[in-house]
Design a protein around this ligand. Structure first.
Ligand SMILES: [Ca+2]
Ligand SMILES: [Ca+2]
Length: 264
């Protein structure tokens, strides 16, 4: 039993444990799982187009998803480009029902095998929320060779809106609308003429880490979490090691309070 700030609380059955992250992976990219859409087009003729489909570009990699971009550009000042949102409809997370999100991590393999240095293909994670599409700036591919993109601990500020009427960044909090996940492909351009690139994606793995303040893992942060944490804390249970440093002390208490009252 622990005392603190003049308060003594008898331990109840409260058990605090880190809620497991949600992990979504795709290593085969079935056509039936994916759709694509041009969500940004500032090219000269603004008729950028694409095709995307399951392929076996590299036998060692197995099935992957190929994307071919086509557009016409112009050698003028100012940015021109196109962005395609590749959407996996089944990959959704509703913060109001499944819990607010602390962070998102992902890895993605990609290879732009037909992309000259002047027309690099960009790849990275994308999120659709409430009619807007947000992207995490990943890697620009200039030529042949598989590269793994790995990003960890991403918050809303790590995503920028490329289309839609929504706010500048997505909302991971309990007030956020449902999110649908996928990835983007993009091309920038600044030369006269019409161009095309071909590239492939494979092994997309997404980790959605819930907010630690949701102590009882029921998808909401409320008084039950508060009391479950206090019970564990005053019982000196390692379950109250909120900051994961293998001891239970006042730092855990204040870290929990910050998370709890901060909404995550
Ligand atoms: Ca809860
Ligand atoms: Ca600790």
């Amino acid at each position: 039993m622990r005392t603190m700030i003049g308060v003594t609380i008898l331990a109840a059955s409260g058990a605090v444990a880190a809620c497991p992250p949600r992990i979504l992976t795709d290593t085969t990219f079935l056509n039936s799982d994916w759709t694509g859409q041009v969500v940004y087009d500032s090219t000269r003729t603004q008729n950028a187009s694409f095709t995307a489909f399951q392929t076996v570009y590299d036998g060692a990699h197995g099935p992957s998803r190929q994307t071919n971009h086509s557009w016409c550009g112009q050698n003028v000042s100012g940015s021109q480009g196109m962005v395609v949102f590749h959407r996996r409809a089944a990959w959704t997370h509703d913060p109001s029902l499944q819990g607010p999100v602390a962070s998102i991590s992902y890895t993605l393999d990609a290879n732009a095998y037909s992309a000259p240095s002047t027309n690099a293909v960009g790849y990275g994670l994308a999120i659709e929320q409430n009619g807007s599409v947000y992207v995490n700036s990943g890697v620009a591919f200039h030529g042949a060779g598989w590269t793994t993109i790995a990003r960890t601990g991403l918050g809303p500020v790590n995503f920028g809106r490329v289309s839609g009427p929504g706010p500048a960044t997505p909302d991971f909090s309990a007030a956020g609308s449902p999110m649908t996940f996928g990835y983007y492909t993009s091309n920038g351009t600044g030369y006269d003429g019409c161009f095309g690139t071909s590239s492939v994606a494979d092994n997309l793995a997404l980790t959605i880490t819930p907010c630690a303040a949701d102590v009882n893992c029921d998808g909401s942060i409320d008084d039950f979490d508060y009391f479950d944490f206090l019970n564990a804390f005053f019982a000196d249970s390692m379950a109250a090691d909120f900051n994961g440093d293998t001891s239970v002390d006042d730092f855990d208490y204040f870290d929990f309070l910050n998370a709890f009252f901060g909404g995550c």
